[in-house]
Design a protein around this ligand. Sequence first.
Ligand SMILES: N[C@@H](CCC(=O)N[C@@H](CS)C(=O)NCC(=O)O)C(=O)O
Length: 204
Amino acid sequence: MKLFYAPGSCALGIHVVLEETGAPYETQRINFAEREQHSAAYRAVNPKGKVPALQRDDGSILTEFQAIALYLGLTHPEKRLVPSDIDRQARMMEAMDFVVGTIHAAGFRRLFRPAEFAPNESDHDAVKARGLEVITQGFALVEKDLEGKDWIVGDFSLADAALFYPSFWAAARLKLPLSANLQGHYQRMMSRPSVRKALADQGL
Ligand SMILES: N[C@@H](CCC(=O)N[C@@H](CS)C(=O)NCC(=O)O)C(=O)O
């Protein structure tokens, strides 16, 4: 397998999942500063021009965070990254979709790429402020959900790897204070060998 990633992007979450599987894989860095995600060569890999993308051993490409994570979890059942209980599976997907689809796509994306939401630069501060609101409200819900728990659905699962990357963006990139339960979750993630390895591999 090969992971296409940009350092410190949401592909970090998939990098963590790959490490958790223990499977052999390669990585290929996509240089955002040079807009390599929009190059013809990368569009041939992922026409969406985004990371993460996972090239599987049969050469096929899988995109979208939740799909890649679920594929890796289900193909390595012995690692128990997907709960066996159906209700917990559904809760895991619920949490992942909220992190990726709301906290990331509607929140952090507004902060990091305001031009995608408003063509006029004069509107960008308002777009970023709304992004911060979405992030704050989203994290507040996750904070409640983590009450009394080490991991989102009880045991460690794919959802925890998903929550890690926006927590990393908040704590390490934006220096935003994390609320108590989120901070505890972030620290537990930081002490996992998979996370340390993925961060080191990405030069973070
Ligand atoms: N829905 C996609 C979102 C992926 C995404 O937004 N990736 C960002 C990095 S965190 C990206 O590749 N951005 C490049 C760009 O927008 O030019 C997924 O879940 O994988």
